[in-house]
Design a binder for this molecule. Structure first.
Ligand code: CTP
Length: 474
């Protein structure tokens, strides 16, 4: 296979430069891991890993001097690695090692292996490919575990006995599933069975590292592939138990409800066809998360999950905290979408008032389009006619939303009368009456009693104040 031809021109020139430096340091050096895999798969790759027989740190330093526009070299002594960037490319250097790639280890890593040792210790055969970059054998592929064959067969397989590969770094169990989901590959039977056996060992891995892989699964083209593997292997029970708990169906008096785990995955896949936004995808994962604690059976209505959107929104911070996901605006955004996810569907019935449409716009603000995408993805009925009807009702709702938005400008609503205006007009110090008047103005605008404009709102404010016994000082 002529892999060198596949290397983009600008990357090739840097690699040749690094190869020259390796020659002058008398080191063997190789491109290794993801870059080789991605070259064969024709995927873009910006992380370029180089392994050398000897000091990767030395090679990084020397190479950086020779490459114009290379950044300063960052050295990670404990990992025995060094890296620099050139534009948007990241070059990472490591000395071949006998030990595995334990990223949590605080012990310095001894650079004492051969290329074979190094390849043995990598996670999967498709990630254990190396290409020589020394001048004499530039471009030679070293593929001891038939990684190329596994790429063709679309298989994820550990190079050694999977029990050994996973015990070196249990995160690799998540990585196997991440690659299966990202690349739409299958996991070789032994490599998969071993995940089932060792799933509990994921507990020793830091949540930060787990979340990185989880997010990559969520961002894959069809995330349900990854989540089904996580569930069936037992990993999901440790990583996101709340989601695993959605997998059940209860039956009473012959009435069953849908399996909310598989429903959630369908919603996630539906949504993923229309957005690459990680946090919007997270809102699909969590939209029904509180169905188990809110489930009731009523003789008349069958199974209900009243308030699951409110309880679900309250569960979001705990889940984000545990997974070390950002607790800032992203978390608030997911919470908001979970809380509001039923609102659009409730507005697709007949006789919906402008006031209800206005309230939805007001509550969703700038996230209204994302909320509509989530709500549309939430239609997973097997009945095609039903799906069609819901979708066309959504189209009608979208038109109503844009009409109301056009006339009332409620997205990112700022009250036409501020608290300051109320205080100045009535010569008031801060007091609870200001809040009462402000709320009344907001409600009147949302109900359509007055337009969203200064003059009518000012008149309305005077009337409301009068009701509270407050009048304008003359
Ligand atoms: N690796 C490993 N075990 C791990 C992590 C990484 O053996 N737990 C090795 C693999 O050979 C991998 C390489 O280190 O190809 C680089 O790892 P990383 O940058 O995390 O992943 P990539 O394989 O490059 O994939 P991606 O860029 O999609 O994260």
């Amino acid at each position: 296979m002529q892999l060198v031809n596949k290397i983009p021109e600008h990357i090739l020139s840097y690699i040749k430069e690094i190869g020259k430096e390796a020659d002058s340091l008398n080191l063997e050096a190789y491109l290794v891991g993801g870059i080789v895999r991605d070259l064969i798969l024709n995927r873009p790759c910006k992380d370029i890993d180089i392994v050398c027989i000897g000091s990767g740190i030395e090679l990084a330093k020397q190479s950086s001097f020779k490459i114009e526009s290379a950044s300063k070299v960052a050295i990670f002594k404990n990992f025995g690695t060094a890296q620099f960037t050139v534009q948007d490319l990241e070059f990472e250097f490591v000395g071949a090692r006998k030990e595995s790639y334990r990223q949590d280890s605080r012990k310095p890593i001894v650079e004492d292996g051969t290329l074979t040792d190094d390849q043995n210790r990598r996670d999967f055969t498709i990630n254990a490919l190396a290409i020589s970059i020394n001048k004499n054998n530039f471009g030679n592929l070293i593929d001891p575990f038939n990684g190329v064959e596994d790429l063709k067969k679309r298989t994820i397989k550990t190079p050694l006995d999977p029990d050994i590969t996973y015990s070196d770094d249990p995160l690799r169990m998540m990585r196997a599933i991440r690659f299966a989901s990202q690349l739409q590959f299958s996991i070789a039977e032994k490599s998969y069975e071993s995940i089932k056996k060792n799933a509990e060992r994921i507990k020793i891995v830091s949540m930060e590292r787990i979340a990185i892989e989880l997010n990559k699964i969520i961002l894959s083209p069809k995330p349900s592939i990854g989540f089904k593997l996580l569930y069936n292997s037992g990993l999901l029970h440790f990583v996101l138990p709340e989601l695993a708990k959605l997998q059940f169906v209860k039956e009473k008096n012959g009435v069953r409800h849908k399996d909310n785990f598989y429903h959630t995955l369908e919603v996630l896949d539906n949504l993923s066809k229309n957005t690459d936004d990680l946090w919007l995808r997270w809102s699909a994962i969590l939209h029904d998360i509180a169905k188990p604690p809110t489930q009731r059976f009523h003789e008349e209505h069958g199974w209900t999950f009243h308030g699951h959107e409110v309880v679900g929104a309250k569960m979001v911070p705990k889940i984000f905290k545990r997974l070390r996901l950002p607790l800032d605006g992203k978390m608030k955004y997911v919470q908001k979408l979970v809380a509001l996810h039923l609102r659009p569907i409730s507005l697709t019935k007949e006789n919906i008032t402008d006031s209800a449409v206005r309230r939805l716009l007001f509550d969703a603000g700038d996230d209204i389009d994302d909320l509509m995408l989530l709500a549309q993805a939430d239609i997973t009925s097997k009945n095609e006619r039903k799906v069609k009807r819901y979708l066309s009702n959504y189209e009608i709702l979208k038109v109503r939303l844009s009409e109301v938005e056009e006339s009332d400008k409620l997205r990112n609503w700022q009250p036409p009368i501020s608290g300051n205006t109320i205080m100045e007009t009535f010569q008031l110090k801060p007091c609870k009456e200001i809040g009462i008047i402000k709320n009344a103005i907001r409600e009147a605008i949302l109900d359509g009693e007055i337009p969203n404009e200064y003059e009518p709102a000012f008149e309305f404010m005077k009337n409301e104040a009068a009701k509270l016994g407050i009048s304008v000082e003359v």
